[in-house]
Design a protein around this ligand. Structure first.
Ligand code: GUN
Length: 292
């Protein structure tokens, strides 16, 4: 078997972002609209701080407005809900993202529920979740949206393919299964209680790994020629005392058997922010009544 081709998510995302910057400029010219994204970060989790900084930088790079709200980790539920209430009402804010996970004393479900579904650029509000599952237009969670773009770009029509998703989170696994079902795939979702994860994976034409465990998927779990999408971003220590990022798939082993695979870093990660910007643009246009 020849080595798997690498699906270059970084290049794909850069291309998307470049096109989006042109679109943002033209929308500003035509409608006088500048899409605005508010990102709310509670606490000082270092990884979340890096994500939030990247989001703000890229939002401004495409010509949109970025509003950052950094709140101390002891922020009360009421203060957070009050802030979201103000952002819901603010006409220059078209998208609202509350960085997860929240500190333990806060109730994520009711925080997400308080976001105006029209501004819910994460696609986590039950209205958007319900609409996606009912096959209606909705804001779609960014990471699965990015995975689907890479899959369609690489494989074309996905109809009839057997997709296996590892992980059942609200952020990736569940929306990914709805999206692949919408593309007429046969979908299996495996998780921590599945009896034989490896043998389920071996049946996959498309394997999406979203477990959050470094190099969880081994080469011999992969069907020869399968397309593998690695959603994991795990920081691991190296022998020289530094750290490096690895995915949920053992890339070296997988490359010997898969048909194509997304690397970590440089695969799904860059697509997530590109899709967030796209959701913000879509939300902004929808809020001024423009349908594209
Ligand atoms: N934390 C990890 N991924 C995400 C995401 O896609 N959205 C938000 N809001 N928080 C996250």
């Amino acid at each position: 078997m020849s080595r798997a081709s690498i699906i270059d998510g970084k290049a794909f995302a850069e291309n998307l972002t470049r096109k989006m910057a042109e679109e943002v400029a033209s929308i500003r010219e035509t409608y006088g609209l500048v899409p605005g994204l508010a990102v709310v970060l509670v606490g000082d989790d270092p990884a979340s701080q890096v994500y939030v900084r990247n989001k703000a930088r890229q939002t401004e790079a495409v010509g949109m407005r970025s509003f950052e709200h950094r709140l101390p980790s002891e922020t009360s539920q009421k203060d957070l809900l009050d802030l979201i209430g103000q952002l819901n009402k603010n006409p220059v804010v078209h998208g609202i993202l509350v960085q997860l996970p929240l500190p333990r004393h806060l109730d994520s479900a009711s925080v997400i529920d308080s976001i105006d579904p029209a501004k819910d650029v994460d696609g986590f509000h039950v209205t958007n979740v319900g609409r996606l599952n009912a096959g209606l237009p909705s804001l779609i969670p960014c990471t699965p949206k990015g995975c689907l773009m890479l899959l369609k770009n690489h494989l074309g029509n996905l109809s009839g393919k057997h997709a296996v998703i590892i992980g059942r989170s609200n952020i990736v696994g569940k929306p990914m299964s709805a999206l692949l079902l919408r593309e007429h795939c046969t979908v299996t979702v495996v998780h921590s209680r599945t009896h034989d994860v490896a043998s389920e994976c071996r049946r996959a034409d498309i394997l999406v790994a979203a477990v959050g465990q470094s190099e969880f998927v081994r080469g011999d779990w992969i069907k020869p020629g399968a397309t593998v999408i690695d959603v994991g971003i795990n920081r691991v220590a190296t022998t020289d005392g530094s750290t490096r990022l690895v995915g949920d798939v053992n890339l070296r082993e997988a490359q010997e058997i898969a048909g194509a695979i997304t690397p970590v870093p440089g695969g799904v990660g860059p697509m997530t922010i590109a899709c967030l910007l796209q959701n913000t643009l879509e939300a902004a246009l929808c809020q001024i009544g423009v349908n594209r």
